[in-house]
Design a protein around this ligand. Structure first.
Ligand SMILES: [Ca+2]
Ligand SMILES: [Ca+2]
Ligand SMILES: [Ca+2]
Ligand SMILES: [Ca+2]
Length: 247
């Protein structure tokens, strides 16, 4: 009895939390990051797994690749975002509900929860100075696309708006223009839309519209699938004086 009282068993949790390869990353975290618990430098780039994780570098890709530049399971959600949203960096569909992690996050759903409830806030920001559109989920930028906003004499209005209407296909016409079959139209103010534009390729380079926000049609299609009525839209920055970015 005396001997037993002196014996302190190692708890299973403590045992699992060992760092077998002594690389600064516990065995439990090696599992989370899908690194090798018996190899201190999984990607062989000269930096230990624990050091890479502590500084937001990918332990799977050498050459100084950041976690946000690595998508270990190739599901569209980079490793940094997987960590932010608590999904598994090595599984494309963490909760097994048939929707991959990126699809869930981009629409505001929790990739760890099969319930169809929008959990995260979503926001669109259009930067007229840079001619870019940023898309945020839970306050984190997950998309950054080039756009063309309104020309200097017909600028895209500055301010805070919300998406009020979504129309898959629409015709725009006015003095000197008639554009049928414009796809993925998202209205944020009476007469003003974010939409695909098939008639030019000046996105990110210069203004181009009567006030709408022009996107590549493929990008507009994605944004259209992510957002719902009521999602806020911020229009910031300044319309370039002579239409070209930087002018
Ligand atoms: Ca380790
Ligand atoms: Ca390494
Ligand atoms: Ca991923
Ligand atoms: Ca899922």
């Amino acid at each position: 009895m005396v001997l037993l009282a002196c014996f302190t068993p190692i708890s299973p949790v403590f045992a699992q939390d060992h760092d077998t390869d002594n690389d600064g990353l516990s065995n439990i975290l090696e599992e989370v990051y899908h690194t090798d618990p018996y190899n201190p430098d999984t990607d062989g780039d000269g930096f230990f797994d624990g050091v890479e994780i502590a500084h937001d570098y990918s332990p799977h890709q050498g050459n100084g690749a950041w976690m946000h530049e690595s998508d270990y399971d190739d599901d569209g959600l980079n490793d940094w975002l997987e960590r932010w949203f608590g999904s598994d960096i090595g599984q494309i569909d963490t909760d097994g509900d048939g929707y991959n992690d990126f699809v869930e996050v981009s629409r505001g759903y929790d990739p760890k929860d099969i319930r169809p409830i929008i959990k995260y806030s979503k926001k669109v920001e259009v930067d007229r100075t840079a001619q870019r559109l940023y898309y945020y989920v839970d306050g984190v930028k997950i998309e950054n696309w080039p756009v063309s906003t309104g020309n200097p004499h017909s600028p895209t209005p500055e301010g805070e708006f919300t998406i009020t209407t979504k129309i898959p296909k629409k015709r725009y016409s006015g003095p000197g223009y008639d554009l049928p079959g414009v796809e993925w139209n998202m209205k944020f103010k009476p007469l003003y839309y974010i939409h695909g534009a098939y008639w030019h390729n000046d996105f990110g380079q210069r203004t181009r519209s009567h006030g709408c926000v022009n996107m590549r049609t493929a990008d507009a299609k994605k944004l259209y699938s992510y957002i719902d009525i009521g999602v806020p839209v911020s229009i910031i920055g300044n319309t370039p004086k002579h239409a070209i970015v930087g002018s």
